[in-house]
Every structure is written in C-alpha cells, then in structure tokens.
Design a binder for this molecule. Sequence first.
Ligand SMILES: C[S@@+](CC[C@H](N)C(=O)[O-])C[C@H]1O[C@@H](n2cnc3c(N)ncnc32)[C@H](O)[C@@H]1O
Length: 224
Amino acid sequence: MSDQRDSVVEYISERFAQEDDLLKTILKNQEAGGGPMMNIGPDQGKFLELLVKLIKPKNILEVGSYYGYSSVWIARALSSLREADATKQSNAKLHCIEVSKPQCEILAEHFKLTDLEDCTQIHHGSGIDIMQRMIDEGKIFEMIFVDADKANYSNYLDLAAKLIPSGGLLLVDNCLWSGKVVDPEIKDKQTQAIRDFNDKLAAHPDFDSCIVTIQDGLAFAVKN
Ligand SMILES: C[S@@+](CC[C@H](N)C(=O)[O-])C[C@H]1O[C@@H](n2cnc3c(N)ncnc32)[C@H](O)[C@@H]1O
C-alpha cells in the first residue's frame, strides 16, 4: 500500500506541487541533520498554500516548525498575497512556535534563504505557553496549523478555539497516525492522544470538522 501511496503522491507533486531548489535545500539540510524526516509532503504543502490563498488570513500560527518545510509553503502563499495587495498595506504574517532552540536558529536561516524574513516571526518556547500568552494578549489567527507533540493535541484544540475567530480554520497534522488510530490493538500513548483529539474535535460545539485523507491525515476544522 505504501509503495502505491508514494507513487500517487509523486504523481500529484510532479504535476501540481513541484519543490524548487530552496525547498529541496531545506530537505537536504534536514536529512543532513540526521533527525527524522517528519515534514509534511509536497502535496500537503501545496494544499496549505491554496488554503492560504483562499482564506487570505491576516495572521497564521504554526505550532511545530522543525526545519521550516511546511512554514515555507505557507509563508510563500502569504508573501504572494502581500505582493498582490494593491494598497501594499498587507502585513500578513506567519507566526511559528518551535520548542527547540537549535531548530529556531535553523528556521531563521531558512527564512533568510527563502527571503521570507518579513512575513515570518519565530517564537521559541512550548506551544502551550506561547499560545496561552497570545490569548492573554488578545491575538487572533484566522488559520492555525498544528504539527507538534501529539500528547498535547487536545490542549492545542482548547487554546486554538480561543485564538481563531468565527470562520477561521484549524488544521492539525497526523490525525490518522499511519492508520494506527483505527487499530484497536494499538494502545500506545501517542496513538491514544490522537484518538482523544479526534473524538474531542468531532464533538466540539465550536467547530465543524472532518479529517482530510492527505498524507497522514489532516484534521480540517472551521470555527462556527
Ligand atoms: C513534525 S515536526 C514539524 C514539521 C514541520 N511542520 C514540517 O512539516 O516541516 C514537529 C516539531 O514540533 C516541535 N515541537 C515538539 N513539541 C513541541 C512543543 N511542545 N511546542 C512547540 N513545538 C514543539 C519539534 O521540536 C519539531 O520541530
């Protein structure tokens, strides 16, 4: 199944979601770093880009940025919206929360490399702490993309509900967890945390939601 899935993603990305040299450099640096290749796929990057162009958010929040592969897809869409703004007043920004200090430094380098420094802001710290601070400061994000520690997914949902205005969009990655969520024999903590999140989102009175079966499952929730 995974071979067939890889070919399908390749088929889509060759036609609709080609990675340029800068995105390829980010992936090369990620590989050279020796950590897991836990970035989103190119098809999903393109999907996020299209969503940004559709929603035209003023501010986007990403929780969990790693080397910045997903951030660059999102921030490039914001940058193209800024360029298309006839009034040249758009100040749309992607705010990235990343708990790892070394990753924050790499992220900053990658935003410089891709000329996206103007429309990005990096926040070093835990997603929970920084989202809570943003709530206290009255910040609003028309789009939030969560791709961080699975154990906190349900907490991120509570916080996102306070940061997203009516009509805004919450996206959460890895909600199918390689299909483990549907296997009752699998009972590890991460899988259970994602199941709990999925159930909580499905029943949440503030969101109308579903899971899109792109890559590892992307929860897609519109705030009522
Ligand atoms: C799956 S990777 C993100 C991949 C990235 N979104 C992409 O597609 O290129 C998860 C990231 O979340 C970060 N992370 C883990 N726990 C976190 C937390 N509590 N708060 C903020 N970031 C966290 C990790 O350091 C890691 O960089």
